[in-house]
Design a protein around this ligand. Structure first.
Ligand SMILES: [Zn+2]
Length: 274
């Protein structure tokens, strides 16, 4: 049986993204950083330049709530080094992570599907950079750009796969395997062996109480797959962690890989030209 925990809305610090639009050099840095986002990197150079004029570099901080469930989506976010968790609520105060968005995606997908209200909480779980765009401008660009539409439709499909697989995973797979899957997904997105995450947040991500997180972390640590101390997580054995994770990890990863195979060529071209 899956235990649920209190909505992190009630526990996390609610903040606002910090804007970085200060000087031209920061814009140049932002241009380089923004193409770390796979969706932006998929856009042909000419269209990307037009799109970039409407993008604003921001820093998303751990605990920032980008939208709450039922709220109007005022901005879309393209994470670069940041990580955003999509949380489903039950009874208004129980939360469970149903999706994770990093540099491979965009936060604000309901807009792509013609809806401007968020069905989930979007909570920053990894501090880092992102590019954001006002919703009205995004919709204008979305209608104008076929490559942007194609990239976002592909991503929407992979996000739907991730969400449906997560639902099945939460019901059928044991906590240790789910924790290993979550660690791998996080590592893929932050591109680092080391990241910070509190027990409290891990509980929200996995839908268990803190004691459950402790047991799962201790089990993986005992197998020398990770080191976990006071919120610091280090992946020690990536292959071992892959073996410990449930098959859901590979299913979702393959879907992302397939969806992004075509844009990768654009990404290389843009990187070389910037
Ligand atoms: Zn699973």
């Amino acid at each position: 049986m899956i235990e649920t925990v209190l909505n992190p809305l009630l526990l996390a610090r609610v903040g606002h993204p910090t804007t970085q639009r200060n000087c031209e050099s920061e814009r140049q840095v932002a241009r380089r950083a923004s193409i770390e986002n796979s969706l932006l990197a998929a856009i042909p150079r000419k269209e990307y330049r037009r799109l970039f004029a409407s993008l604003e570099p921001v820093t998303l901080t751990f605990g920032d709530m980008l939208y709450e469930s039922g709220e109007t989506i005022r901005h879309v976010y393209f994470p670069c080094s940041s990580l955003v968790s999509l949380l489903a609520l039950a009874d208004g105060h129980f939360a469970l992570e149903i999706g994770l968005v990093g540099r491979e995606g965009m936060v604000g997908i309901p807009l792509v599907l013609g809806n401007d209200v968020s069905p989930v909480d979007a909570l920053v779980q990894g501090t880092g950079t992102a590019m954001r765009m006002a919703s009205a401008q995004f919709l204008k660009e979305f209608r104008l750009s076929l490559p942007l539409q194609q990239a976002l439709y592909r991503y929407t499909h992979t996000l739907m796969t991730q969400i449906s697989q997560t639902a099945a995973c939460n019901r059928f797979h044991v906590l240790e395997a789910r924790f290993a899957r979550w660690l791998l997904m996080t590592q893929d997105r932050v591109k680092s062996d080391h990241f910070r995450m509190t027990h409290e947040f891990l509980g929200h991500m996995l839908g268990v109480r803190r004691v459950g997180v402790t047991k799962a972390a201790q089990a993986l640590q005992k197998r020398k797959l990770i080191n976990y101390s006071r919120g610091d997580i280090t992946v020690l054995d990536r292959r071992g962690l892959e073996a410990a994770a449930c098959a859901c990890y590979e299913i979702v990863k393959d879907m992302h890989g397939g969806a992004q195979a075509a844009p990768a060529m654009h990404a290389m071209r843009i990187s070389a030209a910037t």
